[in-house]
Write a protein that binds this ligand. Sequence first.
Ligand SMILES: [Zn+2]
Length: 429
Amino acid sequence: MNLDTSLPLKFIVVYFISFSSLCWAQQRRCGSDELMANMLRSPEYSKMHNARQAQFKSNLEKRTTKTTQFGEIAPIRIPVAVHFPNGLESDRSCLEALAQNQIDILNADYTATNSDFNLWIAASSFYPGINPGDANVQFKIASLNHPANTDADLVEGEPAVTIGYDFGGHGGTFPSMIVSDIKWAGYINIVIGNLSDDELLGFSPVGGRVQSGGAVVMRHDVFGSGTGCVDSNTIPASPFHLGRTVTHEVGHFLNLAHPFKGFSCTSDDGIVDTPNIKVDHTNCPSPGSFDACDPNENALTMNYMDYANDACMYMFTQGQISVAEAYLAAIESDFKSGVLSIRSQGIEGVSIFPNPNKGSFNLKFQTNATTDFEVRVFDLRGRNIYNNTFEPSRNLNQTIHLENTQAGVYLMTVSGDGGQQMTKRILIN
Ligand SMILES: [Zn+2]
């Protein structure tokens, strides 16, 4: 008799526990807040952190008083190194491809050229006054002058992807603390491994330190997209299988806080255009479905710095991008020189300013650009709406006029004589 009644109950209890832990495991959790709370208890770290923040704030003020300054120069190129301490050398080509896949995702997300960016068109009506940001940056895996005595398989000209190198000396399982490796000073390091707190997807300091070889740390199953590398246990797992956890953690490294900072409406992330929120938003909320602290605002749940699933986050705000760019300007001199391949002419010699959202914007060519550039603008159905060729040697500044173009998202391609091509997604509103 006892058996008859207790078995189903036991089953229900066991079932309930497993189901709840499954749900928990599938919700995003980032360790950056705990990490910063711990680190800032150290007077030494705190002093260093405050000094860097002061430099950053001064940069940010300069930017806000002269808004087009940043866009007028060529993109900041960010040397990245990727480390798989638990990976297998036999997986090298797979791991290098996975690393490049993640870098492509970072570049798309930070320049608003991600393929799901068009979701913002429908969402934007819930967020009046908020515009997506578009950073003038380029993440690139370093390929030259690799540091000595790290991974004997690194080859000059090939990507800075270490496999089996014990980055930071943690044996491939990382505690929630600042992870760095002085041999890899001068890069933004991304380390993929096991985490001591396995419920975290990743963590990074808010305001990372390049000169000490600082890193963002990712759980082995949230790096890159696609099928991953089975033997090295780096298989992107749904719902965090589109590389957005790295976008989020690199955001912390570039000084972005969670918009739910402090889990209170009285503290926020310090960014004017991110609606202040009290709690994070997990899973896949519909746009406008959660209130922000201000009764007139909705939570910006699709923002990379909130906690939605990878498929449901797709934008930074302009304010966030200003912060990231100002922080980059503060640490740019710490990047190791001579580790990126150089293309002296071509697409990297052109930049767009200001943010092209009023139907007219400028192209600025670098003084050393000598090739002609063909500029085309397409709508999302591939119809050409603008076409012109420029000779930058004659005029370094060119204006693209699209004032009579219907509001919406467009793709602009700039092609150089050498076959190089840059594509930018532009929003005209
Ligand atoms: Zn985070």
